[in-house]
Every structure is written in structure tokens, then in C-alpha cells.
Design a protein around this ligand. Structure first.
Ligand code: ADP
Length: 416
């Protein structure tokens, strides 16, 4: 082969390999691009799935934590798989996932009931009353009422058929409802008892009156009739006071009048209404006010009722020797303080926490000489003051000083 032919052959080989390389390179690049595109699509899909499941997890968390009730899901051995925020609050903020029921809830009775429910593996609701515990209470050690609502979860919905079933437990705090029911029951029992006593007396006296001998003796008949009237007045007073309490408690307090009135006038009216008793008992009443007229906005009827009850109590509890009652009212930066003090027999400290309860009386007997009253007066006072956004407290050093203090924000300007 001559050198020219060799050169041409070499050139052709070089050109051929160059073309092959270019074709190969282009094929590889195309493949690489395709792979990159596929990778990008995959990444995008992965990202979408991830953000979707993140959003789903967040939604699920939101739903779980929207419940006020504690909700837990456990496995068959009672190990917590899911717990919402309300459960954590009950367990002092500890992480509960992976913990057993017994180590999560620091109350033996609650643990026992949940463990039993899981063991029975049948949907059930149980009412539990815990006595004197701080479980689920903010500060105090008190009785609390709970509903444990248990159900096994349907296997196919959540887990594979092969996995052991999960259990759902809802723990609901029903202490408020329990207390309301208790108060209602006590109210009905007390009201019936208080009404039954004067009714029994009236019906006994009626029987006596039917007796001919009594009819022949007008003096005896008059005495019996007077006693019957006294007890029928007591029934009327009880009913009237129960109606006021039920009105104040039934949310009608929201419909209390909101009108401007002068507190000074209300106190003067109360003193005037009580003046026969004041004079009869030679009681001394002193009033001390800011040197300005106190304008209040609220329901003047209930303010008068409240102040009447407090001042009447100071009088009727201290009939033996002349009592000194002082009534004062002062206002500072829109805060109004009204104080009614007396130097009478007072309230023993053991009774003080209960005097605002319905039907609570320090002297409980129903003798002829008893101090008149129903035990509802201070309960009405408390409701009426609270309906105006205020508070009332009582302190007492028997024989020295018994003071009822009302505090309320006064939005009305007081004039000099
Ligand atoms: P009552 O109808 O018996 O007066 P209240 O609810 O008004 O009922 O008062 C409850 C109890 O508080 C009274 O029975 C009385 O024992 C006691 N109490 C209230 N105010 C006084 C006071 N100023 N001095 C002594 N005891 C008082």
C-alpha cells in the first residue's frame, strides 16, 4: 500500500471513530437527560407526597388537640400509641407515646378502670367519682367526676389484619356537671324540707281548730291562727326567695336592668324600710360615704335587695342588746367598695365558709324563739352582686366586728 492510501485509510478510520464517539456521546447525553428528568419528576412526586403527609399529620394533630377530652390509643398491651394534648395536661406534660397506661396516669383508680376496659375488649362507658384527689384539678384537692369511654378499634380500618387490635380510650372530666347535679339535688331536698316544716305546723293547727273546744275559745283560736299566719308567711317568703335565686341562676341575670341610680338613695331607702326594727332594737346606724354621690349602673332592685338582706341580718341576729351597724361606701379608681359592719354576736369561723350557701344557717333549729330566716338571704346577695360583676366576702370576730365587703367595678362617673 502506498503512503497516500495509508494516510487516507487512517483519516477514514479517525473520522469513523470520531463519528462513532459523537453518536455515542449524544446517546449517552440523551439517556442522562432522560434519567435526570425522571429523577426530577420522582423528586417532585416525593416532595408532594411528603408535604401531603406532613399536612395530613398536622390536620390529624389539630383534630386530636381540638378535643377537650383526653384521647389515647393503646395497643393490646396497654402501651400508648397516640395521645392528644388534653391527655398530656392530665399527665403533667409528660411525653406519653410508648408508655404504659399504668406509668402514664398517676391515679390508681383511673389506671385500673382503663386496664380493665382494655382487657374486657368491649365498648363501654363508665362513670367514676374520685374523692379528694388533685387528678385533673388545677390547684385544689377535691372530688372529681370522670367518664371513661372505651372502644376497641376496628382492625381493618387502621392496622393490617395480622397486627393485634388497637384500643381507643376517651377520658372526660364531668366534675362541673356532677357538681351542678349535686347542687340541684341538695336544693330540691332542702327546699322540700324547709317547706314541709311550716306546712306540717299549719296542718297540725288546722286539726286543732276543727276541734269544737277550740272554736268555743276565741282566744285560743286567735293564737292558733296567728301562728298559722306566721308559718304561711314563712312559706311565702321561702317561695319568693327561691324564685329570686332561680331567676338569678337561670341566666336571667343577663337580663338584669342596667340603669343609672344613686347608691346613696338605695342605702337611705333600705334604712327607712328597716327603721321600725332599728327603733325597736335601739340599734345605732352610722353611714360613711365619699363626699360625693355614688352613681352606679345596674339593677337597683337587686342592689336594694342585697343591701337589705345584709343590714337586716345584722339587726335580726343581734336583738338582745343594741347593736352598732356602720355602712360605708368609697370609690377609688373606678373600684367601689361597700362595707357593712356590726359589733354583734358574729359568725364563728367554722361557719364562715358556708354562709353564702343556700339554706345555710348557723342556728338550725325551728323553735318558736328562733331568729327569722330561710338561709337563702346571703345566697341571693352573692348571686345579685356576682350578676353585676362584683364580689362579696365576710369576716367576723364574734362580739367585736362582723363585716360584709362588696367590691365592684363602677363604670359610672361619680359626681361631687
Ligand atoms: P337567714 O335567712 O337565716 O338570715 P342568710 O343566708 O341571710 O340566712 O344568712 C345565713 C346565716 O349567716 C344566718 O342564718 C346567720 O347565722 C349568719 N349571719 C349572717 N349575717 C350575720 C351577722 N351580721 N351576724 C351574725 N350572723 C350572721
Amino acid at each position: 500500500m502506498n503512503p497516500q492510501a495509508i494516510t487516507i485509510t487512517l483519516l477514514m478510520i479517525t473520522a469513523g471513530s470520531l463519528i462513532c464517539s459523537i453518536i455515542l456521546w449524544r446517546m449517552l447525553t440523551a439517556q442522562n437527560n432522560k434519567a435526570q428528568a425522571a429523577y426530577a419528576t420522582h423528586r417532585k412526586e416525593h416532595k408532594t407526597i411528603l408535604s401531603k403527609s406532613k399536612a395530613e399529620r398536622r390536620d390529624l394533630k389539630l383534630v386530636l388537640n381540638a378535643f377537650d377530652d383526653a384521647l389515647i390509643i393503646t395497643n393490646a398491651s396497654g402501651i400508648i400509641q397516640v395521645a392528644n394534648e388534653a391527655t398530656k395536661i392530665l399527665c403533667e406534660g409528660r411525653e406519653l407515646r410508648g408508655k404504659s397506661i399504668t406509668s402514664a396516669f398517676l391515679n390508681d383508680e383511673i389506671c385500673k378502670h382503663i386496664a380493665e376496659a382494655i382487657l374486657n375488649n368491649e365498648a363501654q362507658k363508665q362513670n367514676i367519682l374520685l374523692t379528694e384527689t388533685n387528678f385533673g384539678q388545677k390547684n385544689a384537692v377535691e372530688d372529681s367526676a370522670w367518664i371513661i369511654d372505651y372502644a376497641p378499634l376496628p382492625v381493618s380500618d387502621i392496622t393490617e389484619n395480622t397486627e393485634p387490635p388497637l384500643h381507643r380510650v376517651i377520658l372526660r372530666n364531668v366534675t362541673t356537671e356532677h357538681r351542678t347535679d349535686q347542687i340541684k339535688r341538695e336544693f330540691v331536698a332542702n327546699a322540700s324540707h324547709e317547706l314541709r316544716t311550716p306546712l306540717a305546723i299549719i296542718s297540725g293547727y288546722l286539726e286543732n281548730l276543727i276541734d269544737d273546744d277550740v272554736v268555743d275559745s276565741p282566744a285560743t283560736a286567735r293564737r292558733l291562727l296567728a301562728t298559722m299566719r306566721k308559718h304561711s308567711e314563712r312559706i311565702a317568703l321561702l317561695i319568693e326567695e327561691m324564685l329570686i335565686i332561680s331567676k338569678l341562676e337561670s341566666g336571667e341575670s343577663a337580663q338584669l336592668a342596667s340603669e343609672p341610680f344613686l347608691l346613696n338613695n338605695t342605702i337611705t331607702t333600705v334604712i327607712e324600710r328597716l327603721s321600725p326594727v332599728i327603733q325597736n332594737q335601739h340599734a345605732i346606724i352610722t353611714t360613711g360615704f365619699d363626699p360625693k354621690l355614688i352613681h352606679l349602673t345596674g339593677d337597683a332592685f337587686y342592689w336594694e335587695q342585697a343591701l337589705f338582706n345584709i343590714i337586716e341580718n345584722a339587726l335580726k341576729q343581734n336583738t338582745k342588746s343594741p347593736v352598732h351597724i356602720s355602712i360605708s361606701a368609697r370609690e377609688l379608681n373606678g373600684q367601689l367598695t361597700i362595707e357593712v359592719s356590726d359589733n354583734g354576736k358574729g359568725i364563728p369561723s367554722a361557719h364562715l365558709p358556708y354562709i353564702f350557701n343556700r339554706f345555710y344557717r348557723v342556728q338550725k333549729h325551728h323553735s318558736q324563739n328562733e331568729v327569722k330566716g330561710t338561709g337563702l338571704g346571703l345566697s341571693i346577695v352573692k348571686h345579685a352582686i356576682e350578676a353585676h360583676g362584683g364580689t362579696i366576702t365576710a369576716t367576723s370576730k364574734p362580739g367585736i366586728n362582723t363585716t360584709f365587703t362588696i367590691n365592684v367595678t363602677n363604670s359610672s362617673p361619680s359626681l361631687n
